[in-house]
Design a protein around this ligand. Structure first.
Ligand code: NAD
Length: 682
């Protein structure tokens, strides 16, 4: 232990310190510490280290290092605020005859704060997540020749393992499960029988009941609830409570204030640690595309750890950067899963480590093997007989089927029994284009992603420019439109674009056709006069009358042929022989004869019409826009126009770098777009 002569909360490196800077009462702290020392002296021998001015947290000697027998590993603190304590602790261990070990300098290790031996000395529980690096665990296992089990801390209030976890004699474990992630809890459940697991409730956890000093069957701690006291008593433990409130202000209690030097040396212990490391490489516009950030975030959120071994930044805008990343995970299995996810983001295994994709035959029509690889909007390749083959028909939410030396994307429902489906992720990779950048160099206005107010006009101008280029090179522009296009008076502008051959196909629901045809036949949309904006007399039946007339004719095309439909979007589509697809929904009136009420067929029809699209204009329909977005591969420019920013964000966020949202009234959008296109046509 170390007398708290210089103890004070001087900085904030954990949530307990927040609001407590300079608020610890020195006299009370000394009194509380002394009481603990007297209690512990009654249970064993207490050795003291000399306090050092300027290191206010040095009183928490649990973090000095970790000792077993005459071997000690010296700590290397994660925060600079505590690193100055290291030489004093090192000197103490040296002076007291310990054989010292230091871990590689790039790794952090906070001693017995994050590494706790079982009472029989057979196992070491080691934590990571806030302070100690996961990579240290395999070193601990080797140095102490002990089975080391990794646990991940997830609640910043319990930033060290000893704040929420305490192995007790007799194989008992006192801990707060919520402070650890799910897989750590699974590990504990596997290793500790249920009748030995003593769960702390939140109140006991935040009173640091787990931060206790255990000597034989006596537990010294800050505070315990009556329930906990009873539970511990039934397991044969006696409790001594002693107020340590001043130290709680800095985030420590009984255990933090002590370092145990007489851990049981189990002669039968054996070195074992499942922590596994593997290298991945990533190349491309790592910074501009924020790929590097995404990979690092994924590793951490998945419970892994990383070390960038080599980062070569491209010197010019077009030059790719290359990085080698060492990825570490608590087990080999969790590492495999993690690496597959990183590969799906765009990383690759180093040359020589790549393997062919693994397939498993579907054993039922329309059902994929359990471990299928799910596709995204980004182009993928699979490795077949040593060669990387690009997957055909790329779309999101599909699986990959390999046939001889080809690979294609398939929906699960389209699988046939025996189809060889890629599983596991080994031998698959994402193909990123060399010019891929967050700022969307190829499609300038996408830098801002969502344009509103003043930016709208500029965005429309760029859309018009792109539409003209697509038209000139006879590319494909597909429009997805909701009925609001008709309600807002946008239909004539869109009809003009169809007439001028800007549009290659139109997708929508029953409603866009119903309301367009209603306005063409009766001058109303949902009964509202489109010129005056007032409800037309008897207008409430107009949409039904429109549906009725089309049904009478047999189809929209026949109604045009008969002269029943003489203007509007659908008139122009029929006249120009431009394909359209209407997908049914439960809201539909009628429906119109063309509306496809079999949704699988409707999806297939949509997929057929968007094939080869250069750009998709999504106009005020959440349902059909998202439906279309889901089947569109990366590389297609998506423009989503909606008055609701949430809808626009949802579409713009789906991962395509080339999607842009424009928050505005769709009628206004179409009218300005028409003007811009018109000017350029002249
Ligand atoms: P939706 O909710 O999917 O989309 C409507 C979108 O329009 C919303 O995102 C909304 O924010 C946006 N919007 C509203 N006013 C706008 C404006 N002035 N400018 C720009 N955006 C605006 O609904 P939906 O696509 O209209 O309909 C969903 C389904 O219901 C479709 O399949 C449709 O065909 C069907 N439906 C059928 C009928 C009918 O048969 N009579 C009527 C309505 C809807």
């Amino acid at each position: 232990m170390l007398r708290p002569d210089h103890f004070q909360v001087r900085y904030v490196i954990n949530p307990w310190m927040e609001g407590n800077v300079n608020r610890a009462k020195q006299v009370s702290a000394v009194r509380q510490w002394d009481k603990l020392r007297v209690i512990l002296s009654g249970l064993g021998e207490v050795k003291l280290i000399t306090p050092q001015p300027g290191w206010p947290d040095m009183v928490f000697t649990a973090n000095a290092g970790l000792a077993l027998g005459s071997t000690a590993i010296i700590s290397h603190f994660a925060h600079t605020q505590r690193q100055g304590e290291e030489p004093f602790f090192e000197k103490w261990f040296g002076d007291n005859g310990y054989t010292l070990h230091k871990l590689p300098p790039h790794l952090f290790f906070e001693g017995a704060g994050d590494a706790l031996f079982d009472s029989d000395g057979a196992r070491l529980w080691a934590a990571y997540g806030f302070r100690t690096s996961l990579e240290t665990h395999s070193h601990l296992a080797k140095i102490f020749n002990v089975e080391t089990v990794s646990l991940r801390l997830v609640d910043p209030r319990f930033y060290h393992l000893d704040t929420c976890f305490c192995p007790l004699p007799g194989g008992y474990l006192l801990y707060y499960p919520q402070a650890l992630d799910i897989s750590s809890n699974d590990t504990i459940d596997r290793l500790v029988p249920s009748d030995r697991r003593i769960h702390l409730g939140e109140i006991d956890a935040i009173n640091f009941a787990a931060n206790c000093v255990v000597v034989d069957k006596t537990i010294a701690l800050h505070k315990a609830s009556s329930t906990l006291k009873e539970r511990l008593a039934s397991a044969g433990f006696g409790l001594i409570e002693t107020d340590l409130g001043e130290f709680m202000k800095a985030g420590g209690a009984a255990k933090c204030l002590t370092l145990r030097l007489d851990e049981t040396v189990n002669t039968k212990r054996m070195s074992a640690c499942q922590v596994t490391t593997r290298e991945v490489e990533v190349e491309g516009q790592l910074i501009d595309s924020s790929l590097m950030g995404s990979i690092c975030d994924l590793i951490v959120s998945d419970g892994g750890s990383f070390m960038v071994k080599d980062l070569r930044l491209g010197q010019k805008r077009n030059e790719p950067s290359i990085a080698k990343i060492e990825v570490t995970s608590p087990t080999g299995e969790s590492l495999d899963h993690l690496v597959q996810k990183i590969i799906r983001l765009g990383a690759r295994l180093p040359a020589g480590e790549e393997k062919d994709a693994i397939c498993e035959g579907a054993n039922q029509d329309g059902v994929a093997p359990e471990k299928f690889v799910a596709t995204t909007i980004y182009p993928m390749q699979v490795r077949i007989l040593g060669e990387w083959i690009t997957v055909d028909n790329q779309r999101m939410d599909g699986v990959i089927v390999i046939e001889k030396r080809t690979a294609r994307c398939s929906l699960i429902r389209d699988l046939k029994r025996g189809d060889q489906v890629v599983i596991g992720g080994e031998g698959t990779r994402l193909v990123r284009r060399p010019d891929e950048r967050g700022a969307g160099r190829r499609f300038g206005f996408m830098a801002s992603t969502i344009s509103s107010e003043r930016k709208v006009e500029l965005a429309i101008e760029r859309v018009a420019w792109e539409m003209n280029r697509i038209r000139e090179r006879r590319g494909r522009l597909v429009v997805v439109a909701g009925p609001v296009v008709a309600h807002t008076g946008g239909a004539p502008s869109l009809a003009w674009m169809i007439r001028e051959r800007y549009v290659s196909a139109l997708l929508g629901g029953n409603a866009i056709a119903v309301h367009d045809i209603e306005s063409a036949m009766f001058g109303t949309s949902l009964g509202v006069d489109l010129h005056s904006g007032r409800p037309a007399t008897g207008g409430h039946r107009n949409h039904l009358a429109a549906i009725n007339r089309i049904r009478g004719a047999g189809s929209i095309a026949r109604a045009v042929g008969k002269g029943d439909l003489t203007s509007g979007l659908f008139f122009e589509l029929v006249k120009q022989n431009i394909p359209f697809s209407l997908a049914g929904s439960i809201r539909d009136d009628g429906p119109l004869p063309e509306t496809e009420m079999d949704l699988i067929r409707a999806q297939e029809d949509y997929a057929r019409l968007i094939k080869g699209a250069d750009m998709i204009l999504m106009l005020s329909t959440m349902l059909h826009s998202i439906g279309t977005g889901n089947m569109t591969p990366a590389g297609v420019k998506l423009v989503c126009v909606d008055i609701n920013p949430a809808v626009v964000t949802k579409l713009a966020d789906r991962g395509s770098l080339e999607s842009v949202g424009i928050v505005t009234d769709v009628g206004l959008f179409l009218s300005i777009l028409r003007q811009r296109l018109f000017v350029s046509l002249r």
